[in-house]
Structures are given as structure tokens and as C-alpha cells.
Write a protein that binds this ligand. Structure first.
Ligand code: SAH
Length: 228
């Protein structure tokens, strides 16, 4: 029997009007116009309801190409950036199967990654955000994600090494600890730099060392130390 609570969850996920599947389709069209080509990324983003990851009061804006506040001075990343980072991460040779995400935030990027990799490890330093993200992924029945409430500057050594690492907050410099947790052939997508001067980097671990490609100018919240 379906309970009223379950019905409410299903209705929330389905959305209506500005949060409907159709509105999401327009977001996908825009991503393609902006140059996103990976069909697996586009298909996954078409299926995942971004509106459940933002506050109800902002839900009608959830398919605009903009970052939105999620509380605690943090933001859900702009859809284009989420698509771009995911696409870059998937350029790994065989497609990454074991991935570490730093900065779970709302859990939107987590939800997308979880559908494209075998196992996802996601670390967030703000407990309240992590709890909300977990609840949303649970409602979506996405169960291949392990979560940790910690300072992601430590990575997650217990399960290292990883085929891919995606970092959603910007440190001033590339964190050495995270580099060490990459597999040979593994790829890390990370914004580096101070406010308004950040660049997205794609770092590939090779047998000899690390190959660092500097890509787009981006704007992320800062990578902070400690937990809260
Ligand atoms: N992809 C997320 C982005 C959230 S914003 C989304 O779309 O919702 C970046 C997140 O990184 C914030 O939740 C912030 O708390 C977290 N963060 C910043 N520094 C961190 C660190 N050292 N370890 C773990 N999480 C961190």
C-alpha cells in the first residue's frame, strides 16, 4: 500500500509547471547550446529533478542556468558547471567507476554522478547540508553513495585510490592529499584560486606524475577547513 507520505514524495519528485519534466527539457536544450555533448550526462540531467535540491520557495527557478542559495552561505552549482565538470570527469579512459566527490552541498551533483559511476564517495563539512542531501538521494532511491561528514581536505583515505575526484569548492592551491588519492590514469576536476579569479583544472595522474590542464574561468564558494 502506498502511504500518503510516499505519495507526497512522488509528487514532489515529479514536479509541476516550472518544476516539470518539460521545463527540465528546456534546461537540457540550453546545455546543448552551451556546448555540452556527452549524451550520458545530458540524459542523466534530464532525469534528475533539480527542484528537489533547492528550497521550496526557489523551486520555480531551479531550471534556470544559475547558482541558487542552499543555506549556510553555500550555493547549488549552476547546471552548466555541473554538466561541464561531469563531462570532463567522464573523459577518463574507461569511464571512472569509483569516484570521490568533495562538497556534497545540496546533493544535486552527487545524484548525477551516482547514476554515471559504480560507487560514489561524497564528503561534506557541513552536517546539516549532508543530512538534507542524503534524504533527497534516499527519496530518489540512489543507493550507491557513501557519505562522510568531514573536512574533504583529507580526501577519504580508507577507500582510496579513486578513478575520479570532483571538487565543488575552490582551494587556493591544489591539495596534495587529494592528488595522492588518485589512481594512475585517474582524473581530478577542481576549481583553484581566490574569489573571482578561479580556474577549473583537469588533473590527470600519469606514470610519471601529474598532467595539469587549466580550463574555464569559474566562480565557486571557497574550500574551507574543519567541520561544522
Ligand atoms: N555540487 C554542490 C555544490 C555545493 S557548494 C551542489 O550542487 O549543491 C560547495 C560545497 O562544498 C558546500 O556545501 C561546502 O560546505 C562544501 N565544502 C567546502 N569546503 C569543504 C571541505 N574542505 N570539505 C568538504 N566540503 C567542503
Amino acid at each position: 500500500m502506498v502511504t500518503l507520505a510516499q505519495q507526497a514524495v512522488t509528487q514532489r519528485i515529479q514536479g509541476v509547471g516550472m518544476t516539470s519534466h518539460r521545463t527540465r527539457g528546456r534546461m537540457i536544450d540550453r546545455l546543448q547550446e552551451q556546448g555540452i555533448t556527452n549524451s550520458r550526462v545530458l540524459k542523466t540531467m534530464r532525469n534528475i529533478p533539480r527542484h528537489i535540491f533547492v528550497d521550496e520557495a526557489l523551486a520555480s527557478r531551479s531550471y534556470e542556468d544559475t547558482a541558487l542559495p542552499i543555506g549556510y552561505n553555500q550555493t547549488i552549482s549552476q547546471p552548466y558547471i555541473v554538466a561541464r565538470m561531469t563531462e570532463l570527469l567522464l573523459e577518463h579512459d574507461d569511464g571512472p567507476s569509483k569516484v570521490l566527490e568533495i562538497g556534497t552541498g545540496s546533493g544535486y551533483q552527487t545524484a548525477i554522478l551516482s547514476q554515471l559511476v559504480d560507487t560514489l564517495y561524497s564528503v561534506e563539512r557541513i552536517a546539516a547540508l549532508l543530512k538534507k542531501a542524503k534524504d533527497n538521494l534516499w527519496d530518489l532511491h540512489f543507493k550507491n553513495v557513501k557519505y562522510q561528514h568531514n573536512d574533504g581536505g583529507w580526501g577519504w583515505p580508507e577507500f582510496a585510490s579513486y578513478d575520479g575526484i570532483l571538487v565543488a569548492a575552490a582551494p587556493d592551491e591544489i591539495p596534495e592529499t587529494l592528488l595522492q588519492q588518485l589512481n594512475i590514469g585517474g582524473v581530478m576536476i577542481i576549481p583553484i584560486g581566490q574569489k573571482r579569479k578561479q580556474k577549473l583544472h583537469k588533473i590527470t595522474r600519469t606514470i610519471e606524475g601529474y598532467d595539469d590542464q587549466v580550463l574555464d574561468s569559474v566562480s565557486f564558494v571557497p574550500f574551507l577547513t574543519g567541520r561544522s
